[in-house]
Design a protein around this ligand. Structure first.
Ligand code: F6R
Length: 602
């Protein structure tokens, strides 16, 4: 959460910073700000709210310069306000800092700084950083930043400029992402690759504890003791175009429509048309008797489906855990367990913490992630990239479906290795996976019906989702999608649980959406739907298999497919439903309130 960018070079930094921040706005949009050295002093411009506000401010009072840093904020300490916006400075404004992360010992550091005569202008944890740098500064900015970093507990990606050393930009990371972009006209730092993609594809992926000093034509990387570190240039393969809207009104809609291609990308090079399957260089030891699947949010929902697929095909017991619970839950990690983390961004703080904890305890860690070179990707023992391309909309869509595809490949591969299912059955699953892009295309054709339904239900205050088995997991994801962008209260229930409490919520007109993709349990679900209909619910079915739809006010047909694979196409119309409810209400689809794409703090 929060995005930072910085530039030093021969071009005007202001445009580059603002463009960079635009690509990083998905990381937070409570406020935005820049600090630019204009040849004499550092000018700071900041505004509460979206980047457009900062743009207007700069249009009215232009600044320019060839060295600068920028920030887009997701508030943690201190309300969204100009005062709490970054960049933060020391008292005379000669040092400016942008920060992504949380300084956990900020109270103790504030006491220390107050004792040394410093005062604070904001409520943020970040403000201790420019003041500490000021405290340690003796003419060498890198050295002051190193001494400051030694005092900081928590997570940080920090960019620093100082008017006394206008030929450099210093940065460091620990537990928050940071990359360096290299060009012939100067160098960049950024929280994420899209921020610099219009300028370069040559980047350094920084590791925790690496300090970097950028000048206009050089980049020096070192550790906390100033020992030089040699970095390899990483060539970014996806294009700047991949992070544009391509004629869609919103990234979310673009990303929903990219799913057939995204699935092809996940399967490419792994599953061929002769049904040969290779999982990159991933190895599973025979010693593994249990797999912990750990993730947050949508990735956790993908893990729930993944567990079913692995248990059903490979007969390997799995436990799915929320990363935030797992890390404090004393999990029974031992020689016969392994951990599989799932994370689109590869930077989610809780997921990353679990990865590190599991490694420390000696477990093999597998990762399913989308962002190449992310922290999760670099630290896991085995990485499976989903190759979905950049996901910009806060509400995850193609990341989820490609994670499901990844899990199916894992499940089939493990089943082959363990000999737990007949070859015919596995070939059938593989064939269906190869045809999955077309099935998703079919699911996308429900667009008009779903839009009409969305317009009917957009004024509801509460919407419930029901399902059994895998359909319950689809319901969980559908409900999350709806609530996060439409702000309608929504919950998903395993339909068998209704009578144990939730049915008390049903009254005349309550909208209940049920999902049914498994003919073997469709009758059970049908009975539950009848029970809520009898109590006045308006019921909508998203189904591929109901013979009796009499209890439903409306039915949206889902494509036919093996029930084990059904979550993949079934979620598509439900993603569209969330999208259209949100647009019907006139909310910001890609940047829902209070959320950020990458949750890099606990
Ligand atoms: C919801 C959503 C979030 C993420 C969660 C984990 O649409 O996007 O719930 O799934 O924050 O993020 P990653 O996968 O980046 O670890």
């Amino acid at each position: 959460m929060c995005g930072i960018v910085g530039y030093i070079g021969s071009k005007n930094a202001v445009d580059l910073l603002i463009n960079g921040l635009e690509s990083l706005e998905y990381r937070g949009y409570d406020s935005a700000g820049i600090a630019v050295f204009d040849g004499e002093k550092i000018n700071v411009k900041k505004e509460k709210g979206r980047l457009s506000g900062l743009r207007e401010l700069i249009d009215k009072n232009p600044v320019s310069g060839k060295l600068g840093i920028g920030h887009t904020r997701w508030a943690t300490h201190g309300v969204p306000s100009v005062k709490n916006s970054h960049p933060h400075t020391n008292s005379d404004g000669s040092i400016a800092v942008v920060h992504n992360g949380i300084i956990e010992n900020h109270e103790a550091l504030k006491d220390f700084l107050r004792e040394n005569g410093y005062t604070f202008k904001s409520e943020t944890d970040t403000e201790v950083i420019p003041l500490l740098i000021d405290y340690y500064y003796d003419g060498d900015l890198l050295s002051a930043v190193r001494k400051t970093a030694e005092k900081l507990d928590g997570s940080y990606a920090i960019g620093v400029i100082a008017s006394a050393e206008p030929d450099k930009l210093v940065a460091v990371r620990k537990d928050s992402p940071l990359i360096v972009g290299l060009t012939d006209n100067g160098n960049f730092i950024a929280s994420d690759i899209p921020a610099i993609l219009s300028e370069t594809r040559d980047v350094y992926l920084l590791n925790d504890g690496e300090f970097v000093t950028l000048t206009k034509d050089n980049v020096f990387v070192c550790d906390i003791d100033a020992n030089p570190i040699k970095k390899e240039i990483y060539k970014v393969e996806f294009s700047a175009q991949a992070s544009q809207k391509d004629g869609y009104d919103h990234f979310m809609m673009k990303e929903i429509h990219e799913q057939p291609q995204a699935i092809r990308n996940t399967l490419r090079g792994r599953l061929d048309k002769n049904l040969g399957l290779t999982l990159d260089n991933i190895e599973f030891s025979d010693k593994i008797q249990k797999l912990y699947i750990v993730a947050c949010g949508t990735a956790y929902h993908a893990g729930l489906v993944g567990k079913k697929a692995i248990e059903k095909l490979a007969k390997l017991p799995c436990e799915v855990c929320l990363a935030s619970e797992f890390r404090y839950g004393e999990p029974l990690i031992n020689d016969s367990t392994a951990v599989l983390v799932v994370s689109q961004s590869g930077e989610t703080a809780d997921t990353l913490a679990v990865l590190r904890m599991a490694k420390k305890l000696g477990n093999t860690v597998y990762a399913i992630t989308n962002v190449v070179g992310s922290s999760v990707a670099r630290e896991a023992d085995y990485v499976f990239y989903t190759y979905a391309g950049p996901e910009i909309a806060v509400a995850s869509t193609k990341a989820y479906t490609t994670q499901l595809a990844a899990f199916y490949l894992f499940a089939v591969s493990l089943a082959e290795k363990r000999g737990t299912v007949s070859e015919n059955k596995l070939d059938d699953i593989k064939n269906q996976l190869l045809g999955m892009d077309a099935v998703i295309e079919k699911a996308l054709t429900r667009d008009a019906e779903v839009k009409a339904l969305a317009e009917k239900i957009a004024k509801e205050h509460d919407i419930y989702f029901l399902g059994r088995g895998l359909d319950y997991f689809i319901a969980l994801e559908a409900s999350l999608k709806l609530k996060e962008i439409s702000y309608i209260h929504s919950d998903a229930y395993a339909s068998g649980e209704l009578k144990h409490g939730p049915i008390a919520l049903i009254e005349d007109g309550t909208v209940v959406i049920s999902i049914c993709t498994d003919p073997e349990i469709s009758n059970k679900l049908n009975s539950n739907v009848k029970e809520v209909t009898a109590r006045g619910a308006v019921t909508v079915g998203f189904t591929s298999c109901l013979s009796d739809t009499s209890a439903y006010s409306e039915v949206i047909e889902l494509p036919q497919i093996d029930p084990l694979l059904a979550p993949l196409p079934a979620i598509i119309p439900l993603q569209l439903l969330a999208y259209y409810v949100c647009t019907a209400k006139g909310y910001d689809v890609d940047k829902p309130r209070n959320l950020a794409k990458s949750v890099t703090v606990e």
